[in-house]
Write a protein that binds this ligand. Structure first.
Ligand code: TMP
Length: 207
């Protein structure tokens, strides 16, 4: 495949949206074709699944139901959006991908990591990100940042600090094991963080 698949990860409130906007602006300025999509979502089916997943009224959702809904949305976004764009040579920026499932449904909800690994490979038909940025910060700081944000918290954000700590620790474990995942301290100024993102993306683009 000719394009570049870049994913952004982190606990809610880690500042990934700011970094995604900065990268998008930069690619636009440089005239590099890209698309920006989010998981779950970015397809009519995926957006409907997203609404179900994030609705706080769905408090009865079982962890396995949750896992399968994320995987269902993922199967759709891969076939409908990501693969066709990569084949055209586009840079695909995805706000979250399957590492979120390992961190949230695996490490935080406690579902079996091997089963999640299998489902992640199966739902994507083995598509892997070329490069992943993980924005790391203490869950308390992320929580404060989220409190200053517009809009009500969703079903996952409402899980609380202990849950977010498990998500964070899970992400850190994954970053230790996978070279693809660039772990960046999210406490720095956005411009300083973006320098690291830019450096890593352009290094791969030049290959
Ligand atoms: P967002 O708020 O970053 O758009 O993501 C939606 C929420 O869904 C966020 O709290 C993280 C969560 N999530 C999972 O629990 N598992 C997943 O596989 C994905 C993609 C997101």
């Amino acid at each position: 495949m000719k394009g570049l698949f870049v994913t952004f990860e982190g606990i809610d409130g880690s500042g990934k949206s700011t970094q995604i906007s900065m990268l998008s602006e930069d690619l636009k300025k440089e005239g590099i074709p890209f698309i920006l999509i989010r998981e779950p979502g970015a397809t009519p089916i995926g957006e409907k699944i997203r609404t179900i997943l994030l609705d706080k009224a769905n408090s009865k959702m079982h962890a396995r139901t949750e896992l399968l809904l994320y995987e269902a949305a993922r199967a759709q976004i891969v076939e409908e959006r990501i693969r066709p764009e990569l084949e055209k040579g586009t840079v695909v920026i995805c706000d979250r991908f399957y590492d979120s499932t390992v961190a949230y449904q695996g490490y935080a909800r406690g579902l079996d990591l091997d089963a999640i690994g299998y489902l992640n490979r199966w739902s994507t038909d083995d598509l892997k990100p070329d490069i992943t940025f993980l924005f790391d910060l203490p869950e308390e700081v992320a929580y404060q940042r989220r409190n200053g944000r517009e809009g009500a918290e969703d079903r996952l954000e409402a899980e609380g600090l202990a849950f977010m700590k498990k998500v964070r620790d899970g992400y850190l474990e994954m970053a230790k094991a996978e070279k693809r995942i660039h772990c960046i301290c999210a406490l720095d100024e956005p411009e300083k963080i973006y320098e690291k993102v830019r450096l890593a993306v352009w290094e791969v683009l030049r290959r």
